[in-house]
Design a protein. Structure first.
Length: 182
């Protein structure tokens, strides 16, 4: 059952970036966060404001003890470990300190980063740009995240990224990230 068709907190926002549904006793929020480029500028400001709204909504889910997963393209590379070594992204909104801090504030509420929790020592990229043979060189970024609420975290059994899908001709520049709950 669909419970939200937009992210609460800004009734004037007409961008379709969030949908939420209750499925088998779990609330699943699917999101596509703003990219934020070019930065600085209005698009970056919108990205940060949108992530702040997500943080407020996520805090309410935690306060209410909701078993929830917030999944999707956050358009944030959380740490330098979550990307191949490159200076070419240095000015991109995906890696700015403000973007990373906004993501960290959500995690600090108690959300579990399912990929990182079960794969602490592996890059686990989910995105490879089409340019400069980045797929072929495994020059990826981790932009897609599955955050699990504390009420659900004990049920987290497996997580991963279906990398091979990215190598199919005509594929998206993202590969599916997934989790299995007990």
């Amino acid at each position: 059952m669909v419970t939200q068709t937009s992210l609460p907190g800004d009734t004037s926002d007409r961008q379709s970036r969030y949908i939420e549904a209750a499925v088998a006793g779990i609330l699943i929020g699917c999101l596509y966060a703003p990219n934020g480029n070019p930065q600085p500028g209005p698009k970056f400001e919108y990205k940060l404001a949108w992530l702040a709204r997500l943080r407020r909504h996520a805090a309410k889910l935690i306060r209410d003890g909701v078993p929830a997963v917030l999944a999707g393209d956050y358009n944030v590379v959380p740490t330098p470990f979550d990307m191949y070594s490159s200076k070419s992204w240095a000015k991109d909104a995906l890696v700015q300190p403000e973007s990373r801090a906004a993501f960290k504030r959500i995690l600090n509420q108690g959300w579990v980063d399912a990929i990182r929790a079960l794969h602490p020592d592996a890059p686990m990229y989910t995105f490879w740009h089409y340019l400069r043979k980045r797929w072929e060189r495994d020059a990826g970024l981790r932009l897609d995240h599955l955050l699990v609420s504390p009420a659900l975290s004990e049920r987290l059994a497996y997580s991963g990224v279906d990398r091979g899908v990215r190598g199919i001709e005509g594929a998206s520049d993202h590969a599916p990230a997934w989790i299995v709950l007990r």
